[in-house]
Design a protein around this ligand. Structure first.
Ligand code: GUN
Ligand code: FE
Length: 429
């Protein structure tokens, strides 16, 4: 198979904190796998056609480790309360509508269209409890070209009647059905993931059932953890014997180790919980925009990074108001400064290269070797035209990229997008 070669200003973060820039360089891939990024084209690739993006910036695709597809429709509204009340007043009533496939089709089509046009190339996605609507979401995600995990949500308590599954067995049965159909449909890019919503919505009996489903299919797991003070207090009441919130999942083998797991938020993880997250290799999806909107707080990301914990970023729409991962990078950096200034003078704020690393290679590791242009990485790339952001003096590539991210160039500045070595779209000048 002939390699694919693209040319432009190539930027990526091989290590946290290191932004590598290759002005008018080359990125080469074959069979979806990166062969490397080069300042000048190695002789062996001479004569192969090059797609030249001129002065555009080329970066690895962005990875959203945590987003709720059914909440996309009401993003940017209902931002007047904290997590638990927000769930009750806005989120659960909206998610209940997805029992109606016509509604699900209309709403999920909007979501899928935006994901396709965004800078996001990989995503880990919550659906609703509804099996059919979640399968429909998978069909739509498959067409976007993104590579994603999509989960049918499980919840058997503490939810309105329309959303509460009738029993742990019924919830597990539906989940088996969901996984079976999802696997039979033979998607190339879209995979199922086990999705117990959070401890307040999942009884022990349900988690026990799900642990069997997980083992049967060797599925990854996504959920929420230690997000908000009221929620953490509620979990303490619900599972008084647990030494920390995450133990509620861990008892059932749903907290890392053999189960590849991503937990969103981790704002209030105790020392014991942090240690277990690290030991079990759980990914933390840091969702700064959501943590601001629904008053959760600021996660101690610097601490996690220093402890060697795997961290990526999540938009957490609609706790977060936007699916923009450029916004997530900006917010992660900004809230790290607030935390440092007010709470934790030892915890140095994130730098721009660190923020970008979290949104690419950091979260990308949940998918394997993803989020970099190093050899052996799956080839996801976003080409950005920043000429729409004119400037009066010459800027370095690092400055141009930082500005593109802070000014939200993922809205109208995306010129092309590649996922797994395939061009998903490309605008010609
Ligand atoms: N915890 C349980 N469900 C949710 C949700 O939908 N969004 C957020 N941010 N936290 C949750
Ligand atoms: Fe969430």
């Amino acid at each position: 198979m002939e390699p694919l070669i693209i040319r432009g200003n190539i930027l990526f973060t091989p290590r946290r904190g290191e932004l590598r820039a290759l002005p008018r360089g080359y990125a080469v891939c074959r069979g979806g796998v990166c062969l490397g990024a080069f300042q000048s084209l190695p002789g062996e690739y001479r004569g192969i056609p090059v797609t030249d993006y001129g002065d555009a910036l080329i970066i690895p695709g962005l990875v959203d480790l945590h987003i709720h597809a059914p909440q996309y429709a009401f993003r940017g509204t209902g931002m007047d309360c904290e997590l638990l009340e927000w769930l009750k007043r806005y989120t659960f009533p909206e998610e209940a509508r997805y029992v109606d496939l016509d509604y699900a089709t209309r709403a999920y089509s909007l979501f899928a269209k935006q994901m396709k046009n965004s800078a996001t190339t990989r995503a880990v996605i919550f659906g609703t409890v509804h099996r059919e609507a979640t399968l429909l979401l998978m069909d739509l995600m498959e067409e976007t070209g993104l590579i994603s995990y999509v989960g049918k949500v499980n919840m058997d308590r503490d939810a309105p009647d329309e959303l509460r599954e009738p029993s742990p067995e019924a919830s597990a049965f539906d989940t088996f059905g969901f996984i079976n159909v999802a696997l039979r449909r033979g998607y190339r890019r879209t995979r199922p993931i086990l999705t117990p919503r959070f401890i307040p919505s999942c009884s022990d009996a349900l988690l026990r059932e799900l642990s069997e489903v997980r083992r049967a299919y060797d599925l990854p797991v996504q959920s929420h953890l230690s997000e908000n003070p009221e929620e953490v207090a509620l979990v303490k009441r619900l599972v008084p014997s647990a030494a920390f919130y995450g133990e509620g999942y861990e008892r059932f083998g749903l907290f890392g180790g053999e189960a590849r797991t991503v937990m969103a938020h981790c704002v209030y993880s105790t020392e014991a919980e942090v240690e277990r997250i690290r030991k079990n290799g759980v990914w933390v999806a840091h969702c700064p925009n959501s943590n601001l909107n629904i008053c959760s707080g600021i996660a101690p990301v610097r601490r996690y990074l220093e402890a060697g914990i795997r961290v990526g970023l999540g938009s957490d729409v609609a706790g977060g108001q936007t699916e923009s991962m450029f916004r997530a990078v900006t917010d992660a950096i900004q809230v790290s400064k607030v935390r440092w200034r007010y709470l934790d003078p030892e915890a140095r704020p994130l730098s721009f290269p660190e923020g970008l690393y979290l949104a690419t290679k950091g979260g990308g590791s949940f998918f394997g070797r993803v989020g970099s242009f190093e050899p052996g990485y799956e080839f996801d790339a976003v080409v950005l035209d920043d000429f729409i952001l004119p400037h009066p003096y010459p800027m370095t590539l690092a400055e141009r990229l930082e500005r593109a991210v802070y000014l939200g160039l993922d809205r109208e500045g995306i010129r092309a997008k590649y996922v797994g070595g395939c061009c998903q779209f490309q605008y010609t000048e």
